[in-house]
Ligand binder design. Sequence first.
Ligand code: BMA
Length: 377
Amino acid sequence: MLRTAFLLCLCSFCCSLSLWAQTPPIEARATPETRNLFARLQALSTKSGLFGHQEDLAYGVNWQYEPGRSTGKDVTGDYPAVFGWDLGKLEFGQTANLDSVPFDRMRAFAQQVYAQGGVNTFSWHLSNPVDPAKTSWDKADSTLHHLFGDRKARRRYKSWLDEVAVYFKRLKGPNGEAIPVIFRPFHELTGNWFWWGRPHCTTAEYINLWRFTVDYLRDKKKVPNLLYAYSTDRFTSRKDYLERYPGDAYVDIIGFDLYHRPPADTAKPDRFIPEARRMVETLQRISQERKKVRAITETGLGKLPMANWWTQVLLPVVQNAGLSYVLVWRNARPGHFYALYPGRKSAEDFRAFYKEPTLFFGQKTAAEQLYKATQPR
Ligand code: BMA
């Protein structure tokens, strides 16, 4: 039923989207592979979205660093299409990120993803450049005020961006080409838990941080392989979403993070599906007007206690939404996971979700050849 409705809808949706498809990335000197990826993400979103998982190749609930292994593959036999990584602690020149994934291994995983035709996205849980002893989660007010007023802090932040630039530039494919990545800094900005969150800086300060970062990486360091993703947490309206939007010249992909947290009191209504749909529809309108690609950049239901979460909760949110991708968060340990693993009760449901024609996992994505020039269809 749902599927028929979607297919009928797809045609008009497809046509309207094809009018704005194929806009270039904000980096005019982006590599051909990066431009192709962006164009292909735009085109693909008319069919539906890629499925992604954070740090999927590095570890799962009960394993780590087993060559070829993947949580997604353990359950469906196929890899996810999008792979999330995090650069937190790279700013200090450390060898492993904040979740202990060595940066060298991360580079090799990103190369594996590229070789198998998937997509890499990087977030950055960076520490506080004004007081580096503080993590992303230290809710320090006025960090941004000081960052741009204090020369020492500003110099430190630039040195952190230097590390990021070198890391991205060293992600190389088999022919020496830079591997395209989606870079998603300063995420969940509408929340209050990071030092760059809404209560801790002004709108102008946040926008300044974003533009400074993009200008530095793009124009000064000439990193040619990035697509920049702006991603909020929960928002109430279009105006709310755009309040800190840095501008069309600074963003390629727009998205949001939203987790499913059912109310502890089961008598209370669970608002996740309607809320996520409302947010997706707002994103849809904004992305069509501004010619941006859209995505659900993080989601998930912690510990997956619902047997049919994939087809009955996530699918209705992402279906017919023109999203380029949806990514569920990491499988860290038995008490902290968002993608299931074999033996969990929603495994059967995940396999049904995998079979949805509108979703793209590894094999279908590889067939799309995202890094090649768009073929007329
Ligand atoms: C959070 C949790 C943390 C982790 C952080 C960065 O949501 O998963 O355990 O350190 O993301 O990956």
